[in-house]
Ligand binder design. Sequence first.
Ligand SMILES: [Zn+2]
Length: 341
Amino acid sequence: MALRDVIGQDGAVKILKNAVLNQKAASAYLFHGPSGIGKRLAAVNFAKALNCTVPAEDGDACGNCLSCKRIEGGLHPDVKEIRPEKGVIKIDEIRNLEEALSLSAYEGSFKVAIVDEAHLMKIEAANAFLKCLEEPPAGSVIILVSSNPERLPDTIRSRCQAIGFKPLSGKDMALLLKDRIKGPDEKMLRTLISLSMGRPGLVIDNSKGGDILKKRQDFLKSLHEMIFPVSKAAKNPSWADKEEIEDFLDSLELFLRDMLVLKTTGREDLLMLGPEVPGELKTLFKTAEEEVIIDCYRGVSDIREGMVYNPNKSILWNYMAGMLKKLLPPAEKRSKQDKYA
Ligand SMILES: [Zn+2]
């Protein structure tokens, strides 16, 4: 593998290849963008390009020399990667990294440090890390990878060259998924492409996104609990953390989009969550008014903007329930509100 195999990120890949070709690599980068779109993959392959012994003409790695193979296998002494453990990057990890960077390269031309999900550094770790960035050891390249760059301190962000990664187009997704996963038929492929929203990692990397079809089931279950609570006790949010809330918002956008599409075109084959939405929720597709759906859609964007402030889960759940119950027909709206107000 090499940078050329990072599909759908032509802009980022070109910048990186040129940096190698012109020997102008920055001492620190921040690869940012949604999770599951190839940021870490690009970081590893950039490390290969920087250290490849038989580089391609365009600055890319060969992918086959000893150096490339060692980096691929995580065995290269000059390329270190740290990842969060139980959701945290600890200060000890950063200190080890600092020490490793301060030594001269064993065999490669560059020492490369990759910090995956860098926003999960604890504050002490971030402070320790800042020292590496302020006085970068000669011949070293630090790559921070983050799906939540706004959670990194400004002092860190401002010292990195930012490189943005984008969700993949449907065409690139189809290309990639056909290559990586065996056996999905056309219908399943379409469902997976819709559900992953341009983020192939959610489908092919189970450690990141888990089973995307199960996520869809979980979303529909939560949504049902939210709009049709069976008791007062059921009003508790079923989200475990911020990431689950963000996943819920992603799926909710698809759900609202599907409602509009079905209303305006009547075509079930265009639905992104698929036509198999269970009973009570499906009835919303018939009853909800167009303006209300659009209002809810706007509401979701507002909530998303507010997510940087770590909202209270219960308050958010009740707020969204109130918003989404407007999708119910008027009579039912009243009875639901009376029952569990
Ligand atoms: Zn190579």
